[in-house]
Design a protein around this ligand. Structure first.
Ligand SMILES: CC(C)(COP(=O)(O)OP(=O)(O)OC[C@H]1O[C@@H](n2cnc3c(N)ncnc32)[C@H](O)[C@@H]1OP(=O)(O)O)[C@@H](O)C(=O)NCCC(=O)NCCS
Length: 162
């Protein structure tokens, strides 16, 4: 099985927030942002695996500030951790007020995606090359999250090391 650097998976979505994305207060629905998070994570995971992927769980998403109609929402994603068939993708949401250029951190989330074959069965993926100090830090943090997730659902799968 080959190995791929984290940079292979880097994915960025930028979308202008439109009235259809927002409630009657003029702020964007959490569900709209969650959809963008899932899309960015999907792109990042597929860029790493080059296989179909499904989302198996989402770890923690807190919205730190509102997004307003007319803002540019940017969602950045990359693979933090790879197991045998699963990948953890880290996602950061930012919003830019176009009138001022001010950029705010809206929230971050961690999605576990599993590569599957045509029948939907988990399929092994390439391992992850850790090249930068940030890559190593994110991998270690993802391992800790994975221990917690697997314990919560009563699973004892192997934790892979970089
Ligand atoms: C993803 C899916 C194929 C996994 O099936 P499974 O029978 O649990 O498969 P496995 O036991 O072989 O586990 C596959 C990998 O997923 C990981 N995994 C499974 N459940 C997990 C969970 N709740 N949290 C974190 N990782 C999980 C396993 O640790 C394993 O990782 P590894 O291969 O890197 O060690 C299956 O749960 C599924 O199809 N789910 C629906 C996905 C979907 O449709 N998502 C869209 C939103 S509903």
């Amino acid at each position: 099985m080959t190995s791929k650097p984290v940079s292979t998976s880097h994915s960025v979505l930028s979308v202008v927030a439109l009235p259809r994305d927002a409630n009657h207060y003029g702020t964007v629905y959490g569900g709209t942002l969650m959809g963008l998070v899932d899309q960015a994570a999907y792109a990042a995971a597929i860029r790493h695996a080059r296989l179909p992927v499904v989302t198996v769980c989402v770890d923690h998403l807190t919205f730190l500030c509102p997004v307003h109609i007319g803002d540019v929402m940017t969602v950045k994603a990359s693979v933090n951790y790879v197991g045998r068939t699963s990948m953890e993708v880290g996602v950061r949401i930012e919003t830019e007020r176009l009138a001022t250029g001010e950029v705010e951190h809206v929230g971050s989330a961690y999605l576990t995606m599993v590569a599957v074959d045509a029948a939907g069965h988990p399929t092994p993926v390439a391992s992850l090359q850790l090249e930068t100090p940030d890559d190593h830090r994110r991998f270690a943090e993802a391992q800790a999250r994975r221990r917690g997730q697997l314990a919560r659902v009563g699973r004892t799968a192997e934790i892979h090391h970089g």
